[in-house]
Design a protein around this ligand. Structure first.
Ligand code: UD1
Ligand code: CA
Length: 455
């Protein structure tokens, strides 16, 4: 990668009214990460060495997301929205520090690839003062048109300012561009607002560069990449594209998906080789799955690690801060929460394991519940290796169960059990001879009498 320095200015001062949301538009998520996060990640992937984010007034929540993702990024407030060039100039202090390349990106355009930002930078490195990201629009209405003369980009004309002839141009401005750091400030400061919207258009830097005899360039990308989000319908469209990319990437890396269109991944989902995902599996953020793991239908995982050879589901839920060991079997209607399961643990049916540590080879019977919450605090349950927890056991935490303990089915366990013990936690069974048959026969007679009365 290039050793050139690069400042990225991300515009995120839009009001996003059409989202109809209390949350700022750029904080809405795509594949489990804010749109702004996607943009900042792609920029970093293109070697962006510094970032400046332009936000609207009072947007502490956007500033907080910037700090979370890129702690040393600058946050600049645009008090009045006077246009995209005006927005970039809010980061003038950062521009003055002097960079080789300047990227301008929009916080609501989350699908641009790092390689595309990289190509814009290459055009600047090759001598262009301005490099614009163009695309062939299926419907160019509303977009700025790229006016090319003699094979060179002469100007960008906004839809509202375009002549009838210019409106027929289908090569449009995706909105993003790169500028030569040496020229950026001078070009931006030369932008005026004598246009249909009365705004300071970033796009005017193209014509200004040409007037100054500086070269301009166009880099093109597929329309999907420059898709912007204005409302929740577009948010869903962008999500679908992002999911399509993530699924394709995973499958190309050796993951089998029986019905890929039903699997939902997060931006950071890590899937090992020969992982098999059955239909309707959903991943929240922060999941790492090793090789040879099968996740069966209708399972939900978030914030967890699963080691090689494990089988999860169908209908399982693995919640954050959980670590599932090698060759573990987790079956239907099992929930694991903040728990660590050792190698070859089996919890095959209907169980809840919360705040627990389960040793290697232990079998957790159907209906086992760790009572980890006493109404105020979360308490731990520690279960040793090769333990057999009988079905329908209630383990009341805090609790420690030693290695090779056998817990009788139906037990309520409230006290620690030493290694090797057999623990019963239920009243002894009582049997009254013949009494059962008497009751059953008497009931039969009463039912027949009721029927005869027409009841
Ligand atoms: C812009 C481009 C247009 C391009 C289109 C692609 C300009 C003048 N026009 O138009 O050529 O085809 O994107 O989608 O750049 N913003 C601020 N502060 C402002 C104004 C805008 O932060 O004062 C931000 C917005 O939040 C948004 C982005 O800049 O994220 C683009 O602004 P918007 O008004 O949506 O520009 P378009 O009219 O779509
Ligand atoms: Ca827009």
């Amino acid at each position: 990668m290039t050793t050139r320095s690069c400042l990225s200015v991300v515009l995120a001062a839009g009001e996003g009214t059409r989202m109809k949301s209390a949350k700022p538009k750029v904080l809405h998520e795509v594949a489990g990460l804010s749109m702004l996060g996607h943009v900042l990640t792609a920029i970093a992937g293109a070697g962006g060495t510094a970032a400046a984010v332009v936000v609207g007034p009072g947007r502490d929540d956007v500033a907080a997301e910037v700090r979370r993702l890129v702690p040393d990024a600058g946050v600049h407030v645009q008090v009045e929205r006077l246009g995209t060039a005006h927005a970039v100039l809010q980061a003038a202090d950062a521009l003055k520090r002097g960079y080789d390349d300047v990227i301008v990106a929009f916080g609501d355009t989350p699908l641009v690839r790092a390689t595309t930002f990289g190509r814009l930078r290459e055009a600047i490195a090759a001598g262009a003062a301005v490099a614009v990201l163009g695309f062939e629009a299926a419907d160019p209405t509303g977009y700025g048109r790229l006016v090319v003369a003699d094979g060179k980009l002469a100007a960008i004309v906004e839809h509202k300012d375009a002549s009838e002839e210019q409106k027929r141009i289908t090569l449009c401005n995706g909105g993003l561009m790169a500028l030569s750091g040496a020229q950026a400030l001078r070009l931006l400061e030369g932008v005026g607002n004598a246009n249909a919207k009365g705004e300071f258009y970033l796009t005017d830097v193209v014509a200004l560069a040409r007037q100054a005899g500086l070269p301009t360039a166009v880099v093109t990308a597929p329309e999907d990449e420059v898709r912007g989000v204005n409302d929740r319908v577009q948010l869903a469209e962008v999500e679908a594209i992002a999911q399509g990319r993530l699924r394709a990437e995973a499958m190309r890396a050796g993951v089998t998906m029986v019905a890929p269109e039903t699997v939902f991944l997060s931006h950071d989902t890590v899937l090992g080789q020969d992982v098999v995902l059955e239909p309707h599996v959903v991943f929240g953020p922060g999941v790492r799955i090793a090789g040879d793991v099968t996740i069966r239908a209708y399972s939900h995982l978030a914030g967890c690690e699963v080691a090689a050879g494990a089988t999860i589901g169908p209908f399982a839920r693995i919640r954050p801060k959980s670590r599932i060991g090698e060759k573990v079997h987790i079956g239907n209607f099992v929930e694991v929460n903040r728990s660590t399961l050792g190698r070859q643990v089996e919890a095959n049916h209907l169980a809840y394991l919360g705040d627990s540590t389960v040793g290697e080879g232990t079998n957790v019977g159907a209906g086992t519940i760790t009572c980890n919450f006493d109404g105020a605090d979360k308490n731990p349950t520690v279960i040793g290796r090769d333990v057999f927890v009988g079905s329908n056991s209630t383990l009341i935490a805090p609790l420690t169960i030693g290695d090779e303990v056998l817990i009788a089915a139906g037990s309520t366990i409230t006290q620690d059990v030493e290694a090797g013990g057999l623990a019963f936690g239920r009243p002894r069974q009582a049997v009254i001879p013949e009494r059962g048959a008497e009751k059953i026969r008497a009931n039969k007679v009463r039912r027949a009498e009721r029927k005869a009365r027409g009841g």
